[in-house]
Design a protein around this ligand. Structure first.
Ligand code: C2G
Length: 129
């Protein structure tokens, strides 16, 4: 059983989110998503999601590529999660390239190309005009 792990806020779910989940899931037998809680977003990530944690979790769990959603409460839980869920591969978008290389002693770390032309920030901007 090869387990893949990724993290994110996944606010205003869009194609870029689904495509990285699809690609991550294709690398193993199960995909676990660490979903940023509302408190983590506001207090440590400096952003406020439009959709609350429960609703973002509900939508992620509806995606066929996602096997389990766990809360992401802080920046420092990744190694614990890797050990707890016996993770083999850590995947995240290349906007984070190099930032999680410390995990390489535990798992394969893969930074995937972001999907061009879409982002939650862009959606919010376009809708505000
Ligand atoms: N993503 C993507 N293409 C886009 C937009 C996002 O591939 N056009 C990817 C991001 O690179 C990330 C995932 O989708 O891997 C979720 O994006 P965010 O919700 O913005 O996640 P982020 O705020 O980067 O949180 O501890 C890690 C953090 O929780 C990551």
């Amino acid at each position: 059983m090869k387990t893949v792990l990724t993290y994110g806020t996944f606010d205003l779910l869009h194609k870029g989110h689904v495509k990285i989940l699809e690609r991550a899931a294709s690398m193993g037998d199960r995909l676990i998503v660490g979903l940023s809680t509302d408190e983590f977003n506001i207090n440590q990530k400096g952003k406020r999601a439009y959709t609350n944690f429960e609703d973002r979790k509900y939508m992620l769990e509806a995606i066929k590529y996602v096997d389990l959603v766990i809360p992401e409460n802080n920046w420092n839980q990744k190694i614990h999660d890797i050990q707890k869920y016996d993770v083999d591969i850590f995947v995240i978008g290349n906007d984070w390239a190099g930032k999680f290389d410390n995990l390489k002693e535990y798992v394969d770390v893969i930074y995937l190309e972001r999907t061009d032309g879409i982002s939650t920030t862009q959606i919010k901007h376009d809708l505000s005009e």
